[in-house]
Design a protein around this ligand. Structure first.
Ligand code: MN
Length: 350
């Protein structure tokens, strides 16, 4: 079930209002959600670099862990990474900084490490986001546009305004590149239903500004280690189709991880790939957890489902097994062997 919209979430101002507020910044800290994705990294970098081009000092603050590609994209932009799960110290007094910008989230649960210092200064914080839900007490000045496929799409007119440029095609490439990064990654490289004519026009403008999109694709998407593909081989060898081909199940045992040298994160995307089979409506990967023992077996289920008529709600299905997530992607942990976990999963997907 989707969370209910918090009372008061949404924009409190427009692009012009945000531009005028950020034009006054001399020293800014730019934050985003923990474990930042391409849009979070792109959004923070675009704001920080636009402010720096105006002569302000701007630093990006991430809550880790950060993906291996982040360093290459951050380059020389001042950035800090804070440990997840541990309250972080704020940027100090208002002499040290005068502006806080929060991008690509307005949800406290995604900003927990920063809440201690962000909460008290929310009245002068500026937020730019594209999510349908959020906590209005994160920032008093908000520009929220859920029609945007990425936060960077919502930010594009803001950075153009800050730099006094008529359109995104005129942006300096160091600002255009992170905007494109967010747009491309949040749309699955322009495949998702969130893509609109405006998304593609902006992408075209950013390419016109000089973005090297093949470099971005290589840096973000072509960084796997061979172990991941050896693990994928094991997963695909285990593939079974059930319920008349509607449900696909792959299974991975502790020995598969040990023998290929792969780790838990290497299974990302395995369930998605199998949705390519025409008959498959739901695709699951069941893996023995590294905490699994013969006495106390523990398995993790990752489930992905196709949209459209007759779509299976992954969140509802795994909710029955004590897990949850979203309609198209959910997870669960089950205290059982692989065989028993598969039996229970197939039961709920009948
Ligand atoms: Mn986003």
């Amino acid at each position: 079930m989707a969370p209910t919209t918090e009372q008061g979430w949404g924009s409190t101002t427009d692009v012009r209002g945000v531009v005028s507020r950020l034009s006054a910044a001399r020293r800014a800290v730019v934050v985003t959600h923990g474990k930042p994705d391409g849009d979070a990294v792109g959004s923070t970098l675009a704001v920080a670099r636009a402010l720096a081009l105006r002569g302000a000092w701007a630093e990006v603050w991430f809550i880790g862990p950060v993906a291996p590609w982040v360093g290459e994209l951050v380059g020389r932009t001042p950035a800090k990474v804070f440990e997840a799960g541990r309250p972080a110290q704020g940027p100090g007094s208002t002499d040290d900084y005068d502006t806080l910008v929060c991008v690509d989230t307005g949800t406290w649960s995604q900003l927990a490490e920063f809440k201690g210092w962000m909460g008290p200064i929310a009245a002068r914080a500026v937020l730019i986001d594209h999510h349908l839900h959020g906590n209005p007490d994160v920032a008093a000045v908000r520009l929220v546009d859920p029609s945007c496929a990425s936060c960077t799409q919502a930010l594009a007119p803001v950075v153009c305004g800050l730099l006094g440029l008529p359109g995104a095609a005129e942006l300096p490439v160091e600002v255009a590149e992170p905007l494109y990064l967010g747009l491309a990654t949040d749309t699955g490289w322009f495949r998702y239903s969130s893509v609109t004519p405006a998304t593609m026009r902006l992408a075209g403008d950013l390419l016109g500004a000089g973005v090297d999109h093949t470099r971005l694709y290589r840096v973000i998407e072509q960084q796997d280690q061979p172990a991941r593909w050896k693990l994928l081989g094991r997963a695909l060898s285990s593939l079974e189709l059930h319920h008349g081909g509607r449900v696909a199940v792959q299974t991975l045992r502790l020995t598969d991880f040990a023998q290929t040298g792969a780790d838990r994160n290497d299974t990302t995307g395995f369930a998605d790939m199998v949705l390519a089979i025409a008959s498959v409506q739901a695709s699951a990967v069941i893996s023995e957890s590294d905490q699994s023992t013969p006495a106390a077996p523990l398995c993790k289920i990752s489930l992905r489902t196709k949209p459209g008529p007759g779509a299976i709600d992954a969140n509802m299905a795994l909710g029955t097994l004590g897990g949850g997530g979203h309609a198209r992607a959910a997870g669960a942990k089950v205290n059982a062997t692989i065989e028993e976990t598969r039996r229970r999963l197939l039961e709920v997907l009948k």
